[in-house]
Design a protein. Structure first.
Length: 347
């Protein structure tokens, strides 16, 4: 019996640094029946040419439209019975596709398999990238098992599931994965598996990391408030407490000025409370990188927690004032996948 064709669909926009490594790793899979389709979202760098030279079939969206449109177009133009959506800054382990196919065929009823990251970045060139790699590694490690979201960096599913659930919402440019996770988990079991792994080239500046954290946390609020519960994922009591402790620590810095030197213990106590909320993660960081890097990690994570709290505050105001924001994830009419602006194949 022939093995089902797997279509690896790689949305790309200006990922010239990593797209070559991504495609090379996808072509080096131990699973023998794979096609690679890179959907270039009108990049302004040479990433499309790099992908084509590496051996991928490259198509264009024709108009810069966002990652959701790119993934939908890749699904439409590919031929596989199984779709693997792969971010262009991720290099899969050689057995990632084979493990995904095996899990989907295991008889456990999985509708989608989500892969995880290694604790080391794909391209090591900054401390903030090291921070982000370890942070994301830990969060994915703790979410292993059944989840009610999806991690789209490596996401495998049968085409029939994609056809039933429908395409990614093309209106959403930043939270299409959260929306898709809600939709697919209402019908199917989604598994986050440590057996499916890859290396991720994370953002390498503090500004970009904090910008993304803010945007994603803000846009997650209407999705969370619109659901009765969350099974797994990253929203936990201690994590929420750590995010709350960060702004309280900053606010408490005024306490000794207002009420005397004895109150200097208050911000310290609140800071330690925040550390306690993420203590398990800090243990994992120390195990991987030692005490010196742990100090840097704790400092950056404090900024991240402040950013998350700020994002939630802004989202709260938007939730009260904007009907559109409250209904951001309401079901949408299924869009037509055919696009008049689709460019010709480039490879």
């Amino acid at each position: 019996m022939s093995l089902p064709l797997v279509s690896v669909i790689v949305p790309n926009y200006n990922y010239g640094r990593s797209i070559g490594l991504c495609v090379e790793a996808a072509l080096a899979q131990t699973y023998p029946n794979v096609e690679i389709v890179v959907v270039d979202d009108c990049s302004t760098d040479d990433s499309a040419a790099i992908a084509s030279a590496a051996g991928a079939r490259v198509v264009s969206t024709g108009v810069n439209s966002g990652v959701a449109v790119a993934r939908n177009l890749g699904a439409e133009l590919s031929s596989g019975e199984i779709l693997v959506f792969l971010d262009s800054d991720v290099a899969m382990h050689p057995d990632a596709v084979a493990k995904s196919v095996e899990l989907l065929a295991s008889g456990q009823g999985y509708g989608a398999i989500c892969g995880t990251y290694e604790p080391e970045p794909l391209i090591r060139d900054s401390l903030i990238e090291e921070y982000r790699s370890l942070q994301q590694y830990y969060l994915l490690l703790k979410s292993e098992g059944v989840i009610d979201t999806v991690h789209t960096a490596i996401l495998a599913m049968p085409r029939r599931v994609f056809d039933e659930v429908g395409p990614f919402n093309p209106i959403l440019r930043h939270t299409e994965d959260q929306d898709y996770g809600r939709r697919i988990s209402e019908r199917y079991t989604v598994l986050s598996s440590l057996e499916v792994r890859g290396r991720h080239d994370h953002d390498d500046t503090v500004r970009i990391v904090l910008d993304k954290v803010f945007a994603r946390a803000r846009l997650a609020v209407p999705l969370i408030l619109g659901r009765r519960h969350l099974q797994g994922g990253f929203v936990t009591g201690p994590r929420a407490g750590a995010s709350l402790a960060a702004p309280l620590t900053v606010a408490a810095l005024a306490a000794p000025l207002l009420w005397g030197a004895a109150w200097a213990l208050l911000p310290l106590a609140l800071f330690l409370l925040g550390v306690w909320g993420d203590l398990d993660m800090y243990r994992e960081v120390r195990r991987h990188r030692g005490r010196l890097f742990l100090g840097y990690f704790v400092a950056v994570n404090f900024l991240v927690n402040l950013t998350v709290f700020a994002a939630i505050g802004v989202a709260g105001v938007q939730w009260l004032c904007s009907k559109r924001f409250r209904h951001l994830y309401d079901p949408q009419p299924r869009p037509d996948l055919a696009r008049a602006t689709v460019g010709a194949d480039r490879g």
